[in-house]
Structure formats: structure tokens, C-alpha cells
Design a protein around this ligand. Structure first.
Ligand SMILES: [Zn+2]
Length: 188
């Protein structure tokens, strides 16, 4: 599932589509949430101290929608890609939050409880660098991934998302196929 919230970069949506297609996902759902905004897009005094990419209630909303989909198709698992670094910044990306959310979902849905549908976070104990290392060893098409928060055709290599990507690849000692392409002049 891909959530199309306010201001999400078009290239991020394209990347999600490309990756889903590359791994053979047949029913890739795009859920439209145009009123859901990042703190940076909301002029609110109560959100001023939060990271600009923070979205109030984000994972409670996203995983409730995923649970609705899971109930519809009879899924055993709801899988999220949060890593250890995400949980440090956002309480709603922490394992303790997901444990309680799963209990709440089972409480609210006899179908999910009977099926024992679980929220699975296989990367939650790994840093972003360790995720890059694992992805590289599994031949994940990292050239299809997108990290930039800006809406350009290519990564800007300056924003928070790009800087975190560069740092993670460097720590993992993995060559970023996107930067290699930039450096060799394949991408303008
Ligand atoms: Zn960027």
C-alpha cells in the first residue's frame, strides 16, 4: 500500500510503483489522503517543535487502513519497513506502539483476531545502514528507491532525506547506484 498524503513527492510515488512492479505485486493500492499534512506544511504552534516531516497520527492511520485491507483480503501479515532510526525520531514507529496497535486491531476485529493477523516489522532492530547492507546483499534494486523529500526529477542530495541516504550508504560501505550514475554522468 502506498499512502498519497499532501505534498508527497511524485517521484516517491513513481518509485513505489516501480518497486512493486519489479517484485510482482499485483494489487498495489494507492490510498488518497490529501488532508493529511506534514508538520512543515501545517502552520500550527503545537507542531512547531516537531521534525518538518512529522505527520500527526501517521502510523495509527496508515496501519488502520492496512488492517482494513488485510481484513478484506484475509491477509496473515501486515508488513512495515520501519527501522531502528525511525523509532528514535517517531514514537509511532516504535515496536511498543505496534504491539499495542495490534492488540487494539484484534479487539476491534474478530476476523483479524481469528486469523491472528500480525503486524510484522522485520527491519525494526536494524539501523538504516544495516538495512542498506542487507538490501545490497539480497540484490534489492536500490536504483529504484527514492529518498528525497523534494519534488525534483532526481535526488537533490541536500535535503534531510538525501543526507540520511548518503550517510547510510557510507556507513554500510555500499556504493549507491544512484550516486554512481550521477558521478558517471548517466543522470543529469
Ligand atoms: Zn533531497
Amino acid at each position: 500500500m502506498t499512502f498519497v498524503y499532501h505534498g508527497i513527492a511524485n517521484r516517491e510515488l513513481e518509485a513505489a510503483r516501480d518497486i512493486a512492479s519489479a517484485v510482482g505485486i499485483e494489487d498495489h493500492r494507492f490510498v488518497q489522503l490529501p488532508d493529511l499534512r506534514e508538520a512543515g506544511d501545517v502552520h500550527s504552534a503545537t507542531l512547531a517543535a516537531r521534525p518538518s516531516v512529522y505527520i500527526p497520527g501517521r502510523n495509527g492511520i496508515f496501519y488502520s487502513l492496512a488492517a482494513s485491507y488485510a481484513e478484506e483480503v484475509g491477509a496473515d501479515l501486515i508488513v512495515g519497513g520501519h527501522n531502528k532510526d525511525d523509532a528514535k525520531l517517531f514514537k509511532d514507529a516504535s515496536p511498543s506502539f505496534f504491539l499495542l496497535l495490534q492488540q487494539a486491531l484484534w479487539e476491534g476485529s474478530p476476523t483479524l483476531r481469528k486469523k491472528r493477523t500480525k503486524i510484522l516489522l522485520p527491519l525494526s532492530e536494524m539501523s538504516k545502514a544495516e538495512v542498506v547492507e542487507l538490501a545490497s546483499s539480497k540484490k534489492v534494486p536500490l536504483d529504484l528507491t527514492w529518498s528525497c523529500h523534494r519534488n525534483g526529477r532526481d535526488h537533490c542530495w541536500e535535503c534531510e532525506g538525501c543526507r540520511a541516504r548518503v550517510a547510510a550508504f557510507a556507513r554500510a560501505r555500499v556504493s549507491d547506484p544512484l550516486r554512481t550514475a550521477v558521478n558517471s554522468g548517466k543522470i543529469q
